[in-house]
Design a protein around this ligand. Structure first.
Ligand code: SAH
Length: 344
């Protein structure tokens, strides 16, 4: 019988499993605490449970863990990039960054990605599989354990499209919300290329998550050229879903806009973006594009000019600080490099 991945169970599912084993319901809380607060890796360490119950648990369930395949530490600003090996040998990356307000961790939600954004390294070799809720949680747990640093906020901006792995991502969010140190989901940003039907579903759940939407162009023609998702959900449909999310949750949307030379960084592109955003209460996060070797796209030289056009028009826009410049590897690049050159 295949063992159940216990770290992927929400509190209610764990309570059901414990009840089925004929144990009192408070045992589920104790196990949850061992797994998500004390973060033990083995049932034998759960010292307030009977030896017999621990034995039964270890037959029925497994506690997954991740192996550090690579760790790159920036000597400039304390940024740490991890390449984690998953239990089946696949790999994902995550990045720990230090800001004034605390440590932020960027995590992955899938192995590879189906979305096909033209400038993104994560999608070059396609999609392999979804991450389990446990594999998203473990990126946080293993990073805190290894670095000795507390993660204060999380961004789901690593490899993968979180809304294309909706059920597992929601379970992950629920476990995070209920367990551990009570991380408020207000400190979690979920970034999407614009999977509109799932934006509505997420809004309904009212988890309080901040939604970041990858815009990167403000006309359907331009966006369609660099982001295939735009052929399925055009900008009007996407912006309507964003407005619904704001109305339903009260959470201001953050729009991501990576500036690519000659593609979306001209004065005209800025005007188009100003028109698209209109009077919306939102934030625009400008990102100088990370050049990836599989594609020709070049970093824009006009980031500040672009930002000024937006702020002059009354739009709240900031340029994302570049962290870990000496260990720079665009999102998904570390994983691709390790596949191509496994001994690196
Ligand atoms: N799939 C999700 C989250 C992962 S990508 C999404 O599309 O939002 C996180 C962010 O990085 C997105 O805004 C994405 O468009 C952007 N991105 C991807 N490749 C990039 C690159 N080479 N340079 C700059 N930003 C990039």
């Amino acid at each position: 019988m295949e063992q159940i991945d216990i770290l992927s169970l929400e509190k209610s599912a764990l309570a059901d499993a414990v009840a089925q084993m004929g144990e009192k319901s408070f045992r589920a809380g104790q196990i949850y605490d061992w797994l998500h607060v004390k973060r033990v890796r083995d049932f034998s360490e759960m010292s307030n449970l009977s030896a017999q119950f621990r034995e039964e648990l270890s037959r029925k369930f497994c506690v997954k863990h991740l192996k550090i395949k690579k760790r790159l530490v920036s000597s400039i600003d304390n940024t740490v990039k991890y390449l984690y090996e998953l239990p089946d040998g696949e790999a994902v990356e995550c990045v720990l960054m230090e800001y004034k307000h605390g440590n932020s961790l960027c995590i992955s939600s899938q192995v590879g990605c189906k979305m096909g954004c033209k400038f993104c390294a994560s999608t070059v070799a396609g999609w392999v599989r979804n991450l389990e809720p446990s594999e998203m949680l473990l990126q946080i747990y293993e990073t805190e354990r290894d670095s000795g640093r507390h993660v204060d906020s999380i961004v789901m901006m690593g490899i993968g499209e979180p809304l294309d792995n909706f059920d597992n991502v929601v379970k992950f969010l629920e476990i995070l919300n209920a367990g551990g140190e009570g991380m408020s989901l207000r400190h979690l940003s979920l970034s999407t290329c614009g999977v509109v039907d799932k934006i509505y579903k997420l809004a309904e759940l009212k988890l309080g998550v901040t939604l970041s939407v990858s815009l990167h162009a403000a006309t359907d023609e331009k966006r369609g050229e660099i982001m295939p998702i735009n052929h399925k959900y055009d900008l009007k449909t996407l912006m309507t879903a964003c407005d619904d999310y704001f109305k339903a949750t009260g959470r201001r949307i953050s729009f991501e806009y990576s500036l690519i030379e000659g593609v979306n960084d001209t004065e005209q592109s800025a005007e188009e973006l100003i028109k698209l955003i209109g009077k919306r209460n939102c934030h625009v996060n400008l990102i100088p594009i990370n050049e990836i070797k599989e594609r020709e796209f070049k970093k824009s030289r006009f980031v500040e000019r672009f930002k000024k056009r937006l702020t002059d028009a009354g739009i709240n826009a900031t340029v994302r600080r570049t962290l870990g410049a000496d260990i720079n590897a665009a999102c998904g690049q570390l994983r691709r490099d390790s596949e191509n050159f496994p001994d690196n």
